[in-house]
Every structure is written in structure tokens, then in C-alpha cells.
Design a protein around this ligand. Structure first.
Ligand SMILES: Nc1ncnc2c1ncn2[C@@H]1O[C@H](COP(=O)(O)OP(=O)(O)O)[C@@H](O)[C@H]1O
Ligand SMILES: [Mg+2]
Length: 246
């Protein structure tokens, strides 16, 4: 059973069809990447998946359930989390405080626990995330004082706070140095062992290394889908994307 099924997703901005009739299935775990030139509709597609926008047409299923009309917070409680192309950290707060804030929702979800026990949940999760994302030594620094690469890492950690089943990452390596990009791609590969990842990424080599499935978009439409090898050798993709973008 696919964990996610997009069926004919369509979104207009006025007369512009930003996403048109896009359908694809995502099987659990691993990395599925969405690639395509600037303006292809990738971020709009993510906004449809996460519930920030309602589609004008089409449906979205999670684990077979129709979630098309659910608000983002309801999708989050069903296990779908996302990061944004623009950072959503609190720069004036410390690394640990950012993680605590993000983890707090776990407490409202566990109604059975006492108040003191509940706050321990967030503390515990924040500590776990500091370790997994190797931010322990930075926990008392302001998020705004971190390097760009560390900020993106913290951002992914924030997104993982609620233990999502599906993680949407929009250009997590944007503006990163080569070293940071390499580290981040390893982190994503590791995360993909326990979480289903949907990744928008402009670094084609990284996409080819990481992904089990690639969806190629151009001008709002899906023009190809399949394994990295299959997509790369597709003549339509060559012309529409690799031709001028690489
Ligand atoms: N909120 C919006 N209002 C109007 N047009 C938008 C909006 N968001 C995106 N667009 C347009 O939709 C198209 C797809 O944009 P986007 O999804 O951001 O593409 P990508 O992420 O692939 O670069 C572009 O032509 C863009 O200008
Ligand atoms: Mg985008």
C-alpha cells in the first residue's frame, strides 16, 4: 500500500496553472525526489501535499485515507511534516529552545500523562534530537549564530520533532557549501531508513545518489517518473530539464 497517493492534483493562481493533473504514488521509506526547472510547480505541489493550499482539482490519500480536505495541523497529527524553502527557525532562541518548542506538541498529544511527566516528553525528545543531529555542543547557542549548514540541520531536526512518518524537504541544501551539502545528503539518506522522505532538490547528482524514485516536473505537469537511471535516460527529460539545467 503506498503511503502517499497524489491523484490529478491541480492548482491555479488566477489564470496560471501552477500544478496541473499531477498523479504519483509514494511507497514507504526511502527518498522520492521532485525535480524540475525553476517555476515548474514543485513548491506549489508541496503546498498541496502539506495542506497549505487546497487543490482546485484532485485528491490526496495518506495510507489509503482521503486527506484532501484536512488542514496542515491535521496532516501533521497523521504524521506528515515539512520544512520550508525559507527557514522557519526562531533565530533569537537557542538551538535547544527551538527543539523544545517543536517537541511540545508531543505533550498535548499524550493526554494520559501528568503535567510534570508531560514536560519531560519534550525535554527527552529535544535531547534525542540534539544527539541524532549532532547539535549537542551547540545547544546553548542562538539559532541565528549557527553556520548556514548547521541551521539547515537544525531545521530538519525541528521538522523531525514530532516523529513524522512522511517528511517533506524543500531544497534543504540551498545555499550550502559543498561540505555541508555532502553531510546533509548523508543525513537525509539515514533518515530515509525510518521515514518516507519527499525531497525537492536542484542538485541533480545528489538526487541521483539519494533517490529510489524521481518525479520530474515542467510547467506544472509531471513529465516523467521512475528510478534515477530511468528518468535520466528519458529523452523528454533530457530536453526539458537536463538539456539546459546541467
Ligand atoms: N502564491 C502564488 N501566487 C501566484 N503565483 C504563484 C504563487 N506561488 C507560485 N506561483 C507561480 O506558480 C508557478 C510555480 O511556482 P513554484 O511552485 O514556486 O515553482 P518551483 O518551486 O518549481 O520553482 C510559478 O510560475 C510561480 O510564479
Ligand atoms: Mg520552489
Amino acid at each position: 500500500m503506498p503511503i502517499l497517493q497524489a491523484k490529478n492534483l491541480t492548482k491555479y493562481f488566477g489564470g496560471l496553472r501552477a500544478v496541473g493533473g499531477v498523479s504519483f504514488d509514494v511507497e514507504p521509506l526511502g527518498v522520492t525526489s521532485i525535480i524540475g526547472p525553476n517555476g515548474a510547480g514543485k513548491t506549489t505541489l508541496f503546498n498541496l501535499l502539506s495542506g497549505l493550499y487546497m487543490p482546485d482539482e484532485g485528491q490526496l490519500l495518506m495510507g489509503g485515507d482521503d486527506v484532501t480536505l484536512l488542514e496542515p495541523v491535521e496532516r501533521l497529527s497523521r504524521g506528515m511534516a515539512r520544512s520550508f524553502q525559507i527557514t522557519n527557525l526562531f533565530f533569537d532562541l537557542t538551538v535547544e529552545q527551538n527543539l523544545l518548542l517543536a517537541s511540545q506538541k508531543l505533550e498535548s498529544w499524550s493526554k494520559l500523562f501528568s503535567v510534570t511527566h508531560k514536560s519531560q516528553l519534550a525535554l527527552h525528545r529535544a535531547q534525542e534530537l540534539l544527539e541524532v543531529f549532532q547539535l549537542d555542543s551547540k545547544k546553548d547557542e542562538q539559532a541565528g549564530a549557527l553556520s548556514h549548514g548547521e541551521q539547515r540541520r537544525l531545521e530538519i531536526a525541528v521538522t523531525m520533532a514530532l516523529r513524522p512518518k512522511i517528511l517533506l524537504l524543500d531544497e534543504p541544501t540551498q545555499g550550502m557549501s559543498q561540505g555541508d551539502t555532502h553531510e546533509t545528503s548523508q543525513l537525509i539518506a539515514d533518515l530515509g531508513k525510518s521515514v518516507t522522505i519527499l525531497l525537492i532538490e536542484h542538485d541533480v547528482e545528489l538526487v541521483m545518489d539519494l533517490s529510489k524514485q524521481v518525479v520530474v516536473m515542467a510547467q506544472g505537469e509531471k513529465i516523467a517518473q521512475g528510478s534515477p537511471q530511468k528518468v535520466r535516460s528519458n529523452p523528454i527529460v533530457q530536453t526539458a530539464y537536463f538539456g539546459d539545467a546541467v
